[in-house]
Structure formats: C-alpha cells, structure tokens
Write a protein that binds this ligand. Structure first.
Ligand SMILES: Nc1ncnc2c1ncn2[C@@H]1O[C@H](COP(=O)(O)OP(=O)(O)OP(=O)(O)O)[C@@H](O)[C@H]1O
Ligand SMILES: [Mg+2]
Length: 340
C-alpha cells in the first residue's frame, strides 16, 4: 500500500499580531491547518477574521506594524526530509524570495496590487520567470505568452505588451493567475480570486484553476466568502473566527455535519449552495467584536446560541476531534476522543 501523502504545508498555532500605537490587533491568533499536494483547502469566515493575514504570513509579506509572534509554517519539498519553517526565514532573504514564486504563489484579493503600473504585464512575467528559471529573454517571453494562452487570454502575443490597467477585470484576473503560475508553484494561494468579477467570468476562472490544478498537480488554498464555491472546489475546509481556526475537516463533513456553532451559523446564513453569486455572507446574529477586545474564553461566546455561562466565557477551547474526520474548538465536545 502506498504511504499516505504528507502535507506539503503544515501551519501550527500561527499568531500574527499588529502593533499599532492604539493597541494590539491579534489578526491571526492560533491558526492551524495542513495543505496536501493536489488538494484544495478552503479557508472561510467573516470579513476581518484573519484570512488574508494568514496568507500574507505564509509568504512572509505581512506589513508593519505586523509580525508573526509565534507558531510555525512548515514547507516540505519533495525528497527533503523535515522541511523548512518559513517563520524562521528572513522575509527579505534569498531563500524566502526563492520560495515566493517557486514554491508558493499568491493571487491577491485585488489584482491591481500584483501589477506594477509602469511595466507591461509581459515584462513582469518575464522578470518573474527569469528570476526563478535560467532562461534567456526570448525564451521567457515565449513562456509568458504560452502561460497567458493557457489561462484563456485571447491574442496573448499582443496582450503580453499591454499594461494591467488596459485590461478588463476578467482579463486582469487571468493575467494575474498567469503571473502567479509562471514559475509553476506547488502551492497556489488564491485570496478571493473572483470577488471582483461577474458571475460568468467567476465560473470560468474557477474552472480554470481546477484544470490547472489537475495539470500541474498544485495544491490550492482558496480563501473565499462564498460557501457555494467552497462546496464545489474544495476537499478540506478550515473555518476561521477572530484569527483562529474553529473547525476543520473534509468538505462533506463540514457541510453535512457541522459541529461548531459558528460553522452552523455560517451555513445557515448561506443563500444556496448552488449560488455562485458575488456576495458577502449575510450577517450572523450579533456583531464581530473589535479585534482589540477579543472576548475571554471562546471568542464566539457572545454570539453563540449554545453559550454555557461560566464555561464558554472562561475556558478557551482547544481543537478536539469530533465526528469521524473533523476537528472543532468548542466546549460542547469532550477534549479527547473517548477511549474505545
Ligand atoms: N496593516 C494592518 N494594521 C493593523 N491591522 C490590520 C492590518 N491588516 C489587517 N489588520 C487587521 O487584521 C484583521 C484580519 O484582517 P484580514 O485582512 O486578514 O481579514 P480577512 O479575513 O481577509 O477579511 P476579508 O474577508 O474582509 O478580506 C482585521 O481586524 C484587520 O483590521
Ligand atoms: Mg481578506
């Protein structure tokens, strides 16, 4: 029997805080999840729960006054034993620059942020390719054109010389995917890759990601508000609330047997699994506390229908196994699986 695949990325108890003058923002406060080759992990949760900061932490591009304060992000390359802890690398150092692009690439929430206004799309792709691969300018250009073609950009020989602002939203998104994929990363982080697009283009982009994943064997971390997209695209799901992963497991288990009251509320707030509409999640009862004032105990307790006074407002639940393949951080469930 072949050995079970090992995760290529293991995030453990990751904490990324911002230290502005007014106080500490615990943007990511105990995130943990695994990413497997060829699989898609969905990260979901309401606005501000730390999804983008988690992505930026993995790539080590958290901006000041933020920094990773603890935890580990283990990247495991094929044939390399124990892997590299990205939290220990110099964010501006050679190794991290190599990892960004070759191992992990990010499609941003807002495509314009990926492109320079003063260089054509093609020149940026060429530069990126030559930074990571030992090829001449002409060869790099041919690869850039080929990649644009693969992501469905028509007339790529002409488009390659255009600037990002000259492209329509859909084309710009495709160009950004081409830029991210131009070095064949093994992990693609797609942060709300389709929010700014109309429904048809959205569907095309998601199909494109799935096709490229098959072809390239990439792992994808898909960050989205849209649970319909998660149902369709993801193998595993991590649900975040106020910087922490409160539940995770296989997509079917999360949708059919959600265990954490927050996951249940999220699913209830979902219009329809089939809807691929561009929508923010309807609001769950109560408002998200400001990250300066994280509630004591379980951070969800002020909004939780299953709140147990004296426990949930005092004890911070650690993740525990629930059901067959899930994990939830909730005091409704016993901490360890019962002995058989
Ligand atoms: N540069 C910064 N300085 C201070 N706080 C920040 C900074 N960037 C992010 N934050 C805070 O960190 C928290 C997490 O933000 P993040 O962008 O990761 O949320 P998100 O889950 O991606 O939300 P959305 O779904 O709206 O994209 C928020 O409270 C946000 O205000
Ligand atoms: Mg975000």
């Amino acid at each position: 029997m072949p050995a079970a695949p090992r995760p290529i990325l293991e995030v453990r108890d990751l904490r990324t805080y911002f230290f502005p003058e007014e106080g500490t923002v615990k943007a990511v406060d105990g995130a943990h999840f695994d990413v497997y080759p060829r699989k898609t992990l969905g990260i979901v949760g309401e606005s501000g729960c730390g999804k983008s900061v988690t992505a930026r932490s993995i790539l080590r591009i958290v901006e000041r006054p933020g920094r990773i304060v603890s935890g580990s992000i283990l990247l495991r390359r094929e044939g390399e034993g124990e892997g590299i802890d990205l939290t220990r690398l110099d964010p501006d150092g050679r190794e991290m620059r190599r990892i960004r692009g070759e191992d992990v690439a990010l499609i941003f929430q807002e495509p314009m942020t990926s492109f320079s206004p003063v260089h054509s799309v093609g020149n940026q792709m060429i530069e990126n390719i030559r930074l990571h691969q030992d090829v001449g300018k002409l060869e790099a250009r041919a690869r850039a054109v080929d990649m644009l073609r693969q992501v469905g950009v028509s007339s790529p020989e002409q488009r390659v010389d255009q600037y990002a602002f000259e492209l329509s939203g859909g084309l710009r998104q495709r160009a950004m995917i081409a830029l991210a994929l131009s070095c064949h990363p093994r992990i693609l982080i797609a942060d709300e890759p389709t929010t700014a697009l109309d429904v048809t283009t959205q569907a095309q982009i998601l199909d494109l990601l799935a096709t490229l994943q098959q072809r390239e064997g990439m792992a994808i971390i898909l960050i989205t508000h849209n649970l319909g997209v998660v149902a369709e695209m993801c193998d595993e799901v991590a649900v975040m609330y106020l910087g922490r992963v409160v539940e995770q497991g296989p997509v079917d288990a999360i949708f059919h047997e959600p265990k954490h009251p927050y996951t249940r509320a999220l699913l209830r707030s979902m219009p329809s699994i089939k809807a691929r509409v561009r929508s923010r999640l309807p609001v769950i009862e109560g408002s998200i506390p400001h990250p300066y004032n994280r509630p004591e105990g379980c951070a969800f307790h002020p909004r939780c229908p299953d709140f147990m006074p004296g426990r949930c407002d005092q004890e911070e639940p650690a993740p525990r196994p629930v059901g067959t393949a899930q994990e939830a951080a909730c005091l409704l469930y016993p901490e360890a699986a019962p002995a058989r």
